[in-house]
Design a protein around this ligand. Structure first.
Ligand code: COA
Length: 255
């Protein structure tokens, strides 16, 4: 892969957008390469996918504006739908996806972060949807996902005014889930989470993940009960309960 890197560590994998010279702007190649990652499974040992940007300055400073100059309206619709489809895969990925945001996450870059299931911000994170400055609007899910996280009023304020949020504001608004000092601390945070996850049943983790991500409303409780039932039918549940009663650590077979 040219514009992203995918590296597997002991308990997690890292997708890094690797165009630091363009502040990791998302061009067609980046989208194609992200698509190839989120359309496939990671090695069994990986329990989550960390998404981040290379360099000190940016997570991703938006869609690559240089690709916009010759597009027709219809081509723009296709571009938007194509990006939405790829980000949907990320949002519904079978493992937790975590954006580690340092520096700029603007426009399409913020939309990429919004499509991740969790967001960890360093103190230097700067987030916003500046598309209106270009006479444009967000096209990769930003108008839909941002209001869900921060409410319609705040989403209108930040999108229509093209005002960026710093890390503290983003955490206060619910756009960021966790605040860390810097990239190093962010990676340690994710590593620790992945290591904790590695001791859990993959089946139970995925059932809980599905209930949390797809829940909400009355049907969410049904989904929870259905997945509770599936967990009860797993070998891992028998092992977990037996290990507790025998005062030992469980050894899950993920079955
Ligand atoms: N698309 C394409 N190239 C981009 C880009 C984008 N979204 N964002 C930054 N770049 C490029 C710049 O053109 C510049 O390239 P150059 O060195 O060949 O001139 C390089 O990345 C560095 O950016 P620069 O603007 O010089 O850095 P800065 O620190 O002065 O400013 C930003 C940083 C993020 C404020 C500024 O780059 C910016 O406003 N980017 C566009 C953000 C945006 O509107 N995103 C939404 C797109 S829909």
């Amino acid at each position: 892969m040219n514009s992203i890197q995918l590296i597997h560590h002991e308990h997690y994998s890292v997708l890094t957008i690797n165009r630091p010279q363009a502040l990791n702007a998302l061009n067609a190649e980046v989208f194609t390469e992200i698509d190839s990652v989120v359309s496939a499974k990671l090695p069994d040992s990986s329990r989550l996918l960390l998404v981040t940007g290379s360099g000190e300055k940016a997570f991703a400073a938006g869609a690559d504006i240089t690709e916009f100059t010759t597009l027709s309206g219809e081509e723009a619709r296709n571009l938007s739908q194509h990006g939405q489809k790829i980000f949907d895969k990320l949002e519904n990925y079978y493992l937790p996806t975590i954006a580690l945001i340092h520096g700029y996450a603007l426009g399409g870059g913020l939309e990429l972060a919004l499509a991740c299931q969790m967001r960890v911000l360093t103190k230097k994170a700067v987030m916003g949807l500046p598309e209106l400055n270009l006479g444009l609007i967000p096209g990769y899910g930003g108008t839909q996902r941002l209001p869900k996280l921060i409410g319609k009023g705040q989403a209108l304020y930040y999108t229509l005014g093209s005002e960026n949020m710093d890390a503290d504001t983003a955490i206060k608004n619910g756009l960021g889930d966790f605040l860390v000092e810097d990239q190093h601390e962010g990676v340690l945070f994710v590593e620790k989470f992945a290591s904790r996850l590695s001791g859990k049943s993959r089946i139970a983790a995925s059932l809980a993940q599905e209930a949390i991500l797809n829940g909400g409303g009355a049907s969410g409780f049904d989904l929870e009960s259905a997945n509770f039932c599936k967990a009860f039918e797993s070998e891992d549940m028998r092992e977990g309960v037996a290990a507790f009663l025998e005062k030992r650590k469980p050894i899950f077979q993920h079955s």
